[in-house]
Ligand binder design. Structure first.
Ligand code: PLP
Length: 457
C-alpha cells in the first residue's frame, strides 16, 4: 500500500516538474547531489526554485507553492519583502562591504540590545554556526573551564562541538545519560569535552554537572528544541536549568537562532529566564547571511581589543552593511503586535491541523509554539525530546515521504520531516485553506498509520 501510494504521488510530482528533473540531472554533474545544502534535497529530486514573492515560491516549471520552510526559519517576512528590497538597493549603491565600523552595524546592535534583556553587548558574524563557536569560546575564556553540556539531538550548527550528538543513539534506554555519538571527522579527544543530556530532563542536567563538578564552562542549549522537532520546554524546565547553572558555576548559553522570533526579547524573555550569553541568526539578518552572539558585558569584554584576555573575533564579511541593513529593516517591521499576530496564526494552524488529524482518525502529535509547528506520526501522548521525535521519524519515514509528496503536488513547500514555519505575509484564509488540504492528506495516509505501534504509556 505504502509503496503504491508513494509511487503514484511521485508520478504526479514528476509530471508537474519535468524542468526541475532536467536541472537536477545537469546540476549533479558539477555539484555532488546537485546542491550544497544537504537538507534542502529530497528524493527523487528537489524542485528548482527560480523566484520567491511574499509567502510563495515558484519553480522552473512555473508551479507555485506556499512556502512553509522560509529558508529554514530565516525569512520572517517571506520573500522579496518590499521594505527590505528598497533598503538593500540603497545600500548596494553605497557599496556592499568596507573594512571599517559602519552605521548599519550600530543600528542593528542598538535594536537587539534594546529588545533583548539578556544582551548587553553584541557582536556579529556570518552564520549561526560561527556565533555558537564564539559564544563557547567566550565562556571558556571567561571562566577557564573546559567542559560544555549540550542537548542530545539538538542542532547548534555544524562546528565540531555541535556535531557531537547531533545524530543520536535511538536504541538508548529512556532515562539513561546519552552516550556520545560522533560525526566522522570529529576527534574523540574533543568529544570528551562535550557532555550530552536529554532535553526537558533537569535530573540529567544535574547528573552531568555533578559528574564534572567545577569543570563545566557552559550549558549550551536551544530553549525550544528547533530542528529536532519544535519541542517546547516543559513548564519550569528552563528555570531549573538556570538554577542548576548558578549552583554549579556554569554559564548558561541560549541558542536562540531559531526561537528568537517568538518574542521581541526572544523565548528567554517570554520564559523569564536570563541566560549569560545568547546566540542569534536567521531572521535577524533579514534574509541575508548572519550570526550574532552577545550577553553579559563582563563576559563579552573578552572581545575588547585591548583587554588582556583578548579573543580575536573577526571574519571578512562579519557585520557587513548589507546583512545589517536587511536585518534592521526586518526587525523594524517585526514589533510586538506583529509577533503576537504571527504566533496566533501559528496557534490557529496547529489547532486546525490537530482537529483535522483527529477527524481523520490519524495519530499525530503536534508540537511547537507560535509560528513553529511540528507534526509527529506516533501514538505517544507527547513528544518531549529528540529521541521521541527522531525515533518516530526514522521508523515512520514512509508516512512522512507520502505527506511530503502529497503536499508538493498540492502546492505546499515544506520540510520532509514534518514542520511548518510561518511568515508575516500569511493570513487566516491561507492557514484555513492549508488545514482543508491537509485534511485530505491525512485521509490519504490513514491506511499507512494502521501499523503504528501503541506507545501510550
Ligand atoms: C538552533 C540553531 N543553531 C545554529 C544554527 C546554525 O546556523 P547557520 O545555519 O546560520 O550556521 C541553526 C541552523 O539551522 C540552528 O537551527
Amino acid at each position: 500500500m505504502s509503496a503504491s501510494l508513494y509511487e503514484d504521488l511521485k508520478r504526479e510530482y514528476a509530471e508537474k516538474t519535468p524542468k526541475s528533473a532536467a536541472h537536477y540531472e545537469a546540476a549533479r554533474r558539477v555539484i555532488p547531489g546537485g546542491e550544497s545544502r544537504i537538507l534542502v534535497t529530497y528524493a527523487p529530486y528537489a524542485i528548482t526554485v527560480t523566484r520567491g514573492a511574499g509567502c510563495k515560491v515558484f519553480d522552473l516549471d512555473g508551479n507555485e507553492y506556499v512556502d512553509y520552510i522560509n529558508n529554514y526559519m530565516s525569512l520572517i517576512h517571506g520573500h522579496a519583502f518590499p521594505p527590505i528590497a528598497e533598503a538593500l538597493k540603497t545600500q548596494l549603491d553605497k557599496g556592499t562591504v568596507y573594512a571599517a565600523p559602519t552605521l548599519p552595524q550600530y543600528d542593528l546592535a542598538k535594536i537587539l540590545t534594546e529588545r533583548i534583556p539578556a544582551i548587553e553587548r553584541i557582536k556579529f558574524c556570518n552564520s549561526g554556526t560561527e556565533a555558537v563557536m564564539y559564544a563557547i569560546r567566550a565562556a571558556r575564556a571567561h571562566n577557564r573551564k573546559k567542559y560544555v553540556i549540550r542537548i542530545d539531538g539538538g542542532y547548534n550548527g555544524t562546528c565540531d562541538f555541535a556535531a557531537i550528538n547531533m545524530a543520536i543513539d535511538l536504541r538508548r534506554a529512556p532515562g539513561s545519560l546519552p552516550a556520545r555519538v560522533l560525526e566522522p571527522g570529529v576527534p574523540e579527544e574533543l568529544a570528551q569535552l562535550v557532555i550530552p543530556v536529554a532535553f526537558n530532563d533537569p535530573a540529567q542536567m544535574e547528573a552531568a554537572l555533578k559528574q564534572h563538578r567545577g569543570e563545566v564552562s557552559a550549558i549550551v542549549m536551544e530553549p525550544m528544541l528547533g530542528s529536532a522537532g519544535f519541542i517546547p520546554p516543559k513548564p519550569g524546565y528552563l528555570q531549573a536549568v538556570r538554577a542548576l547553572a548558578d549552583q554549579y558555576g556554569a554559564l548558561l548559553i541560549f541558542d536562540e537562532i531559531v526561537s528568537y522570533r517568538l518574542g521581541e526579547g526572544g523565548l528567554a524573555a517570554l520564559e523569564g529566564v536570563e541566560p549569560d550569553l545568547m546566540t542569534l541568526g536567521k531572521i535577524v539578518g533579514g534574509g541575508l547571511p548572519i550570526g550574532a552572539y552577545g550577553g553579559r558585558e563582563d563576559i563579552m569584554k573578552c572581545f575588547l581589543p585591548a583587554h588582556d584576555a583578548m579573543l580575536s573575533a573577526s571574519g571578512t564579511f562579519s557585520g557587513n552593511p548589507m546583512s545589517m541593513t536587511a536585518g534592521a529593516t526586518a526587525l523594524r517591521h517585526y514589533r510586538k503586535p506583529e509577533t503576537d499576530r504571527l504566533n496566533r496564526l501559528g496557534d490557529r494552524l496547529r489547532q486546525g491541523l490537530r482537529q483535522a488529524a483527529k477527524k481523520a482518525d490519524v495519530p499525530v502529535v503536534f508540537t511547537g509554539s507560535g509560528s513553529f509547528i511540528g507534526y509527529h506520526f506516533t501514538r505517544k501522548e507527547q513528544v518531549e525530546n529528540a529521541t521521541d521525535s527522531m525515533k518516530t521519524l526514522a521508523e515512520q519515514m514512509p508516512i512522512y515521504d507520502c505527506v511530503h509528496m502529497a503536499a508538493l503536488v498540492r502546492g505546499y513547500y515544506l520540510m520532509k520531516k514534518g514542520r511548518f514555519i510561518l511568515s508575516t505575509p500569511m493570513d487566516e484564509a491561507l492557514v484555513d485553506q492549508t488545514v482543508r488540504d491537509f485534511a485530505e492528506i491525512f485521509a490519504l495516509v490513514k491506511p499507512l498509520c494502521a501499523a503504528l505501534p501503541d506507545e501510550r504509556g
